[in-house]
Design a protein around this ligand. Structure first.
Ligand SMILES: *Cc1c(COP(=O)(O)O)cnc(C)c1O
Length: 383
């Protein structure tokens, strides 16, 4: 069984697990316990992890808030900022291809009286910077644009977007979940205000993530989603999940150490996958720009093939998906592919491949054969 669904989740790296294990049984203290070594040990480990995560995105460790994952981070950034927005700043700008964890909080705010502008993208999934500029108005509070798309891998030009936001005094939030493992970001130098991360998309455990909240003047005002003991500087109460946070930190460190080499290895394997498929099959197309793209992503449209049927035909050999894991529960075609202008049928004929740290060249070659055999068979039986 070959796993090529790394945009949905990645396995925990054994080195990450090793770092986590002592914090379940031996060092089980509450990171907030101030009166004994059990608490000190846990608290120290959390602060070390905070430094490891901060280093990955080029920020100060104090400005990293641990959460239960990027869904929570996105909600905290968007709803948290909206809850404290002055009356004259009730407009949010985001993009049609964002993750549901950005789009749904924006929709909720729209019901609560905010104005939301959803920017479209071109047929390759790219944003037009002039459109971003035009969308920002005097009442704009926040601009939310992801770094790398979780379905089509398209990368948005963060430096330019951050500069636009800064020019107009608008908060800039970036969901960097998919790019963090392979494309080091210097959020502080770029002037990004809020960055969401998730451990399980970068070889760490599920159920832990982070929100970077830039320290600036005047301070970014976010209302907590969860109130309680005032943990995480009041942004996120609740006893810290120490083993998960330790694992997240180690995962971030491992990514940072090897990002460049790993990105180039995955890009080569991804290109091998595409050339294998395109040499053997007619009527297939890449969804999304091939140049500005996450190195681990490929999204392919197979004309005349139903994506779900293709997936089913390969289900014992190859783990891939027809879109975001969170959207596959519904029968709706991908909102990202629809935003590129694909018809429902074309969107349904598309498959997302996500390569990981553990993907090998022989696996790619086997995957090519599996997909080609299944697609040919389906096309033949459809006639
Ligand atoms: C997976 C994902 C999320 C959600 O992260 P969780 O930690 O699973 O809540 C948010 N944004 C993007 C782009 C993702 O790929």
């Amino acid at each position: 069984m070959i796993y090529l669904d790394s945009h949905a989740t990645t396995p925990v790296d054994p080195r990450v697990l090793d770092a986590m294990l002592p914090f379940f049984t031996e060092h089980f203290g509450n990171a907030s316990s101030r009166n004994h070594p059990f608490g000190w040990k846990a608290g120290k480990a959390v602060e070390h992890a905070r430094e490891q995560v901060a280093s990955l995105i080029g920020v100060r460790f104090r400005d990293v808030v641990f959460t239960s994952g990027a869904t929570e981070s996105n909600n905290l950034a968007i709803k948290g900022a909206a809850a404290r927005a002055p009356q004259h700043r009730r407009h949010i700008v985001t993009v049609a291809t964002e993750h549901p964890a950005v789009l749904d909080p924006c929709r909720r705010l729209e019901r609560d009286g905010f104005r939301v502008t959803l920017l479209g993208v071109d047929a390759d999934g790219r944003l037009d910077l002039q459109q971003v500029r035009d969308a920002i108005a005097d009442d704009t509070l926040l601009l939310s644009v992801m770094s790398g798309n979780n379905e089509i891998g398209v990368l948005h030009p963060l430096p330019e977007i951050a500069a636009l936001a800064r020019e107009r005094g608008v908060l800039f939030h970036c969901d960097a979940v998919q790019s963090a493992a392979l494309i080091p970001m210097n959020a502080r130098a770029l002037g990004i205000d809020l960055v969401s991360l998730s451990a399980h998309k970068m070889y760490g455990p599920k159920g832990v993530g982070a929100l970077y909240v830039a320290k600036k003047e005047p301070a970014i005002d976010l209302e907590a989603l969860i109130d309680g003991g005032g943990h995480e500087r009041g942004y996120r109460s609740g006893t810290l999940n120490v083993p998960a946070i330790v694992g997240f930190g180690r995962a971030a460190e491992l990514c940072r150490e090897n990002a460049l080499a790993e990105a180039s290895r995955l890009r080569t394997l991804r290109d091998r996958l595409w050339s294998g498929l395109s040499q053997s099959l007619d009527g297939i197309f890449v969804n999304g720009a091939m140049e500005d793209r996450l190195p681990q992503n490929l999204n392919v449209r197979f004309d005349g093939v139903h994506g779900e049927t293709l997936l089913k035909a390969m289900t014992n050999d190859l783990a891939v998906s027809s879109g975001a894991a969170c959207a596959t529960a519904s029968a709706e075609p991908s909102h990202v592919l629809r935003a590129l202008g694909l018809t429902d049928e074309q969107a349904r004929a598309s498959i997302r491949f996500g390569l990981s740290r553990f993907t090998t060249e022989p696996e790619i070659d086997t995957a090519v054969i599996t997909v080609c055999d299944a697609a040919r068979h389906l096309r033949k039986t459809a006639q």
